[in-house]
Design a protein around this ligand. Structure first.
Ligand code: HEC
Ligand code: HEC
Length: 326
């Protein structure tokens, strides 16, 4: 190789790596949330990936008949959850579990009600291929994306490669990771604005952390311990939750504690959407949830007065924060 062409190719390599050396970033932390959340080393957060993931999230191209987008079930106006007990997938199919909010999942330690995915990267392709969701084989989606010049450009801008299974998962995971919501009345109160909560909600907060014992599981800035508990919701149904992942007897009927942030927006409730309102949820806990041989030991009948139930509901209502709309 001549000296000139060696220099030119070196320059070209440098220029290419320069173009790809995008700035990694951490979006500003909404009030009340932890500053820190884990970002996998192999998928640093960049604005290009988040923008691409967002475009994919709202695009029905990711479903077999092009009728459903991620956002069809994870609706931004409902804190990225759905308003029905179980969402509709393609071709009249139905989910078997309730669509959870996917806000603040950057803090998640495992994904899905049964925790079967250890990371967002490992979770986001499941709904695309799931027969009850988008029912689209991955190779077909990759072919659709490769045939679209806009997507081709965005993929090569965000990654060193075009659309592949891994770049697709990384882009979607980056977008979901960027979706954080805080700055709820409870946060403003705890960070010094004594007028942010009504007296009723303040009394509800004391119940939440005291007599009603909700904090035993709905703990920390995201109101979840990220662990699995049996509260006996629909005990006896075919869905045994965590047991399906571990096969351990003691995991029968355990589901992941959901975050309670924005819970007023995410009805209906529980892994199967069987409780329609927060009133019903509070009544459920008040009577000692769903008794069964594996019921969590933190669950006991609460004997709340009507006034206490009211206060607890007022507190749950104060957990609604600023929702990212896109
Ligand atoms: C047909 C409705 C539907 C569509 C479409 C859908 N989801 Fe979901 N999503 C669900 C349901 C239901 C669950 C819970 C499933 C479970 O726990 O087994 C879920 C769970 C998740 C979770 C885990 C949340 C948690 O708390 O652990 C993530 C992340 C997620 N979806 C992202 C996506 C992305 C990204 C897309 C688009 C590629 C998508 N979803 C499309 C219904 C849907
Ligand atoms: C032993 C742990 C534990 C305790 C104590 C507990 N929860 Fe839960 N909570 C869970 C689990 C696990 C789920 C999901 C259960 C399921 O769907 O099968 C859940 C679900 C919920 C939901 C539904 C959220 C959604 O998005 O569907 C609400 C609301 C809720 N809990 C509020 C409360 C309140 C209020 C209290 C106190 C009265 C409380 N919880 C006490 C573990 C607990």
């Amino acid at each position: 190789m001549s000296r000139v062409s060696l220099a030119t190719s070196l320059l070209m390599v440098l220029a290419a790596s320069e173009a790809l050396a995008q700035e990694t970033y951490r979006p500003p932390t909404p009030l009340g949330l932890d500053e820190y959340f884990a970002i996998p080393e192999e998928n640093p957060l960049t604005q290009q990936k988040v923008a691409l993931g967002k475009r994919l999230f709202f695009d029905p191209l990711v479903s077999s008949d092009r009728s459903r987008a991620c956002a069809s079930c994870h609706r931004p106006s409902l804190a990225f959850s759905d308003s029905v007990p179980v969402s509709a997938g393609v071709g009249g199919s139905q989910e078997t579990r309730n669509t959870p909010s996917i806000l603040n999942r950057a803090y998640g330690q495992s994904l899905f009600w049964d925790g079967r995915a250890p990371s967002l990267e490992g979770a986001v392709l499941q709904p695309i291929q799931g027969p009850r969701e988008m029912n689209l084989p991955l190779p077909e989606l990759l072919a659709r994306l490769a045939a679209d010049s806009g997507y081709r450009r965005e993929f090569s801008g965000a990654f060193a490669e075009g659309p592949t299974g891994s770049s697709l998962a990384q882009a979607l995971a980056s977008y979901v990771r960027s979706l954080r919501a805080g700055n709820a009345p409870v946060d403003r109160y705890l960070f010094g604005d004594s007028t942010a909560l009504t007296g009723e909600a303040r009394a509800g907060m004391r119940l939440f952390a005291g007599k009603a014992n909700c904090i035993a599981c709905h703990a920390g800035p995201n109101f979840t311990d990220e662990r699995f508990h049996n509260t006996g919701v629909t005990w006896g149904s075919a869905d045994l939750g965590r047991y399906g992942v571990t096969g351990r007897e003691e995991d029968k009927g355990k589901f992941k504690t959901p975050s309670l942030r924005n819970v007023a927006l995410t009805a209906p409730y529980m892994h199967d959407g069987t409780l329609a309102t927060l009133e019903q949820v509070v009544d459920f806990y008040d009577r000692g949830a769903g008794p069964n041989p594996h019921l969590d030991e933190e669950i006991k009948p609460l004997n709340l007065t009507p006034q206490e139930r009211h206060r607890l509901l007022a507190f749950l209502g104060s957990l609604t924060g600023e929702i990212p709309r896109d």
